[in-house]
Ligand binder design. Structure first.
Ligand code: F0G
Length: 459
């Protein structure tokens, strides 16, 4: 008999978590204005609000913490990190930053100016924010397949090369670079194929443009290339990673995801002119060139994390768990963005709470219901997150309305996945009785989802 799957690690340290009662949660929801960002983490039983900075470091990473060189300038830990990044990505120049959005801020300060257009595949909110705040446009060129949650295609995160080529034909002079997010978070943690990265490179070369990878989950992307794309089954994750980055000119990185550290990020590039440009901004915004907002100990832990998480077993354990949760949802018939992505399951709330009008925010309603049911915290990636149209001030109901359950790395067991699935099933079973959603009581102008105050629409 074939041995079953098991994790590629064992557990050395644990952190207690606490269940709560439905009455307690009802009270806490009221106090949090039905916005799960406003809950205290102690009020949460299983926390799937993000996979960012929430992973469990390994014993080797904790050991590396003790080796941190906290010198202001020229710290050994910087060179350890730089050499690791160069070995894994091929990029020679490295600028540390305190997290991913800081890397965007530094690099885009050098590259993006008013009137520019930056095409890419579903830019992440902060990426978009750093483009739009410079009065430039983030042009989404994601493949249309990503919009149909029930369509099962292997690389749903891809760039639509036709859309990209059209953008370049029409606006080449306004395009400072192309950005490809691997994996595509907003489309559901969906990967981008090597073929697609090659196609983007070909178009970029035709128009003499450079390509940046937003690389927060690059290792998970490499895992999907290995397991789904023809010709890569026998290649190592590190070989695939090098091949991916050979198709880019630079990367911005939120190390809080695939670096498996609690805080950190960087820019890496093969181009000295971009490095010189980034240097001008990292010093005033982040810190000196050899720490850029990171502690020496964090740079040590990140160097180890990058190495460990570009090994197949670690990634297989991680993605197997996300797929396990998906298989339970399949059993219960709960619709999500298919196939399961790398870091999260995106539940299609619009297909579940069909009695809740879109004006009452079905995905946010489902987020609240799941917390009410079992103390599980996901997050809405839907109509509230989409903010209002800057010109008409109308809510933007054009996109998908999803509940994201992000799975932290090496933190929860498959039993926790079972609890999540059953809690969702319980909500799913009473979906037809849920006829009212939530209404907005107070909101900020931009990125309202973090601070929005809501109330039951029926009140
Ligand atoms: N790019 C992508 C694709 C991301 O998912 C994130 C963060 C960032 C950039 C920004 O990095 O948080 O280190 O500043 N995503 C988190 C999430 C917050 O929950 O998906 P950061």
């Amino acid at each position: 008999m074939e041995l079953p799957f098991a994790e590629s690690w064992k557990i050395k340290m644990v952190e207690p978590i606490r269940k709560s009662t439905r009455e307690e949660r009802e009270q806490w929801l009221k106090e949090a204005h039905y916005n799960v960002f406003q809950l205290k983490a102690d009020q949460v039983y299983i926390d799937c609000i993000t996979d960012s900075g929430t992973g469990a470091m390994s014993d080797r990473q904790w050991a590396a913490v003790m080796m941190g060189d906290e010198s202001y300038a020229g710290a050994r830990s910087f060179f350890t990190l730089r050499d690791t990044i160069t070995r894994i990505t091929g990029f020679e120049f490295v600028v540390p930053t305190h997290q991913g959005r800081a890397a965007e801020n530094v690099l885009f300060s050098h590259l993006v100016k008013a009137g520019d257009i930056v095409p890419g595949n579903s830019h992440f909110d902060t990426t978009k924010g750093h483009i739009e705040s410079r009065k430039a446009t983030a042009l989404d060129c994601t493949v249309d397949e990503a919009k149909d949650t029930q369509l099962e295609v292997p690389f749903k995160g891809n760039v639509d090369v036709k859309k990209l080529e059209k953008a370049l034909e029409e606006h080449a002079d306004k395009i400072p670079f192309i950005i490809v997010t691997i994996t595509n978070n907003t489309a559901g943690g969906q990967p981008v194929s090597m073929q697609n990265l090659r196609d983007v490179r070909r178009v970029a070369d035709k128009y003499g443009k450079r390509v940046v990878f937003d690389s927060a989950r690059f290792a998970e992307n490499a895992y999907f290339i290995k397991t789904r794309e023809e010709g890569y089954a026998d290649r190592t994750i590190k070989e695939i990673t090098l091949e991916m980055f050979a198709l880019a000119d630079a990367m911005t990185m939120s190390a809080k995801k695939d670096g498996i550290v609690n805080m950190g990020g960087f820019i890496a590039t093969r181009w000295e002119d971009w490095y010189e440009g980034a240097k001008r901004f990292v010093i005033p915004f982040e810190g000196y060139l050899t720490y850029g907002g990171m502690n020496g100990r964090d740079m040590e832990a990140l160097a180890v994390g990058l190495d460990e998480n570009t090994e197949f077993d670690n990634l297989h354990t991680r993605i197997h768990q996300v797929q396990f949760l998906a298989s339970l949802l399949d059993e219960y018939g709960i619709p999500y963005q298919r196939p399961a992505g790398g870091h999260a399951i995106f539940i299609d709330a619009g297909k579940i709470l069909t009695n809740v009008p879109k004006e009452e925010f079905p995905a946010q309603t489902l987020t609240v219901e799941l917390y009410r049911e079992a103390g599980i915290r996901g997050c809405e990636i839907g109509y509230i997150l989409a903010d209002r149209d800057p010109v008409t001030r109308e809510n933007r109901f054009g996109g998908l309305d999803l509940l994201r359950l992000a799975i932290p790395r090496r933190v929860y067991t498959d039993n926790h996945m079972r609890v999540i699935a059953v809690a969702l099933k319980n909500v799913f079973d009473r979906r037809n009785e849920i006829t009212r959603g939530v209404k907005i009581v107070w909101e900020s102008e931009l990125m309202r989802h973090f601070t929005v105050k809501l109330a039951p629409a029926a009140e």
